[in-house]
Design a binder for this molecule. Structure first.
Ligand SMILES: [Zn+2]
Length: 373
């Protein structure tokens, strides 16, 4: 595996890079489309998708027998496999790091994630124990990985914990790839006052600061953030210098009836429980996804309509396409030195807007943007 940064943005921490892995080459920052191993639709059968994220927990829980994951998925792109630590924790299923390694050796993903023990937001006291177990697994898996590229994962609910986790990881290895976990539950459980108290502040600000620390601790590593929930969060992560994210939201939002469009949140073709109905026809008209292309506006709406049966696949493919297009738009903005304007446009309507702009706007003093801890 070889990863190199080819351009650093002058106004934000965003960076453009190239990842060479197993004879394949991709441009970063990159989005891995999170997929269920056996479920359809498979977006890469409709348009070009070179990065797919799957989860070993499906193999464990559903006892799916797979040999080579690329053959199983019918892709020649890169495949990352998560260990399923988070899902298995929620289901109280026990699995050993040796078993996860065995799955990786058989399935041969391009990157396998170390079996971690994500924090449980409803049991905050257990987190030190969980982190120690994650470290132990990391050591074991790295020592026994042979030629599998493994991604260790950093966890922490306070900035001190994050910093300590980075130091402890460095005692074990000098990782080429690093994942960031446990930030997702924070976003999801944002109203959980215990966590806000722990972080001592706004949780979005905590996320921004936590990522800044990890980015700084591992400046050359390929940095991945697990499970981003929206295109806006993906852009936020990329602007913080994150090289890689994954998301299954294209599929989950489609199942809920929502479609994605550049620069706006979830939209519904037909009314749904007071959620925002599509008004931005001009954006839908421009879509070049395999579902929309060569269709009139009304045909597009019909194909994506949440009130109609069997439109889920259409919405899922459309949404996956928009997520990947937005990744390309970020690259374009980065190449043209236009990230600030791009981020401003994309995050304008989100709850992060002010905090993010405070963080990345060039007028801020530099120690504010590249703070040290
Ligand atoms: Zn479309």
């Amino acid at each position: 595996m070889k990863f190199r940064v080819i351009k650093e943005d002058k106004t934000t921490n965003a960076r453009l890079g190239v990842l060479n892995l197993n004879g394949k080459k991709i441009k970063t920052p990159v989005l891995w489309l999170g997929c269920m191993i056996k479920k359809k639709p498979r977006p890469w059968e409709y348009f070009d998708v070179n990065t797919i994220m799957v989860n070993a927990y499906e193999i464990v829980e559903k006892k799916i027998m797979i040999n080579l994951i690329h053959e199983f998925l019918n892709t020649d792109g890169l495949v990352m496999m998560d260990s399923g630590g988070f899902q298995l924790m929620k289901k109280n299923i026990h699995i050993t790091p040796a078993k996860v390694l065995e799955i990786y050796k058989q399935a041969e993903p391009d990157i396998g994630v170390v079996l971690d023990f994500p924090f449980n937001p409803s049991d905050l006291d257990s987190r030190i124990k969980r982190w120690k177990k994650t470290l132990k697994n990391t050591r074991f898996m790295l020592n026994n990985s042979h030629d599998i590229v493994l991604m260790p994962v950093v966890h922490g609910y306070t900035l001190e914990e994050i910093k300590r986790a980075c130091d402890e990881l460095k005692d074990i290895t000098n990782p080429k790839v690093v994942g960031v976990g446990s930030l997702v539950p924070i976003v999801r459980y944002m109203k959980t006052s215990n966590i806000s108290e722990l972080n001592g502040m706004n949780t979005i600000k905590f996320m921004i600061d936590a990522i800044s620390i990890i980015r700084k601790e591992f400046p050359d590593a390929f940095l991945h953030v697990f499970g981003v929930g929206s295109v806006a969060t993906m852009h936020l992560m990329f602007s913080l210098g994150v090289d890689s994210v994954d998301s299954m939201s294209w599929r989950m939002k489609a199942a809920y009836g929502a479609i994605q469009l550049p620069g706006v949140g979830d939209r519904f073709i037909s009314p749904k429980n007071g959620r925002k109905q599509l008004k931005e026809d001009h954006l839908l008209e421009k879509c070049e996804c395999p579902i929309c292309i060569n269709k009139s506006l009304s045909e597009r709406k019909n194909a994506l309509d949440n009130s109609k049966h069997s439109t889920f696949y259409n919405r899922a493919i459309h949404n996956a396409f928009i997520f990947k297009e937005e990744e390309k738009m970020f690259h374009k903005a980065l190449i043209k030195n236009n990230i600030i304007k791009f981020i401003e446009k994309r995050l304008r309507r989100t709850k992060y807007y002010k905090l993010v702009m405070d963080f990345i706007t060039p007028e801020q003093p530099s120690q504010h943007r590249h703070r040290t801890f």
